[in-house]
Design a protein around this ligand. Structure first.
Ligand code: SAH
Length: 206
């Protein structure tokens, strides 16, 4: 089941704008594609599934670890800060990318199609989150993590939800974590997934 908001965002955000030049013709194919530097743009079904699991709402502050092409961040922005909504009620997406060479392209992709004011791109090690703008209503990690990094739990609001692939290099479980009051945490295993590895201090050691 997909909510109207998620379906609408998938229709509105043009995936081809985030694909490498020579692959643009394949934008509607529901699979990941290489974007350079050994990284990938996620498959649309994975983006929709994660956004659905995150229970996104207008006005939320969201942290994404792993900007990649910027595609996933744009779909989230379209839900938390819809193009046809009142900017006074817009939420915001902070997306962190560790590979410096990808940063310029992400920024260009997002500003070309009008999301630069709703998505902030930061070059940093997102395995430690982005404490400068914490706490977040929602956090998603779009790289495979050996475990749930503690700083991300700390930066999630009480009542907040995090989606993160947890496992080893080549196969993980997509985990949906809800932070409850009094330090309690609810964990749900959604499905098996395959993401590129999380790097940085709390990611996989090379
Ligand atoms: N969400 C992206 C797909 C991401 S692929 C999209 O829609 O296109 C995973 C990304 O995570 C890669 O670009 C990789 O460089 C980045 N990454 C890996 N480890 C990271 C870390 N510690 N901090 C920030 N980004 C990281």
């Amino acid at each position: 089941m997909k909510t109207g908001r998620v379906i609408r965002s998938m229709r509105i955000v043009p995936r081809e704008e985030f694909m490498p030049e020579q692959l643009k013709g394949y934008a509607s194919v529901d699979t990941p594609f290489p974007i350079g530097c050994g990284q990938t743009i996620s498959a649309p079904h994975m983006v929709a599934m994660m956004n659905e699991a995150l229970e996104l709402e207008v006005g939320q502050r969201v942290l994404e670890v792993g900007a990649g092409s910027g595609y996933h961040a744009a779909t989230i922005a379209e839900v938390v800060a819809p193009s046809d909504g009142d900017p006074k009620h817009w939420g915001h997406v902070y997306t962190v990318e560790i590979v410096q060479e990808l940063i310029d392209r992400v920024k260009k992709n997002l500003s070309r199609i009008g999301y630069a004011d709703r998505v902030t791109v930061i070059c940093a090690d997102g395995s430690k989150g982005y404490p400068e703008k914490a706490p977040y209503d929602r956090i998603l990690v779009t790289a495979a993590s050996p475990e749930i990094p503690e700083p991300l739990m700390e930066q999630l609001k009480v009542g907040g939800v995090m989606a993160i692939p947890v496992g080893w290099h080549f196969s993980q479980d997509l985990m949906v974590i809800r932070k409850l009051p009094k330090g309690e945490v609810q964990r749900r295993r959604l499905c098996p997934v395959m993401f590129v590895p999380l790097r940085g201090e709390l990611g996989f050691k090379e």
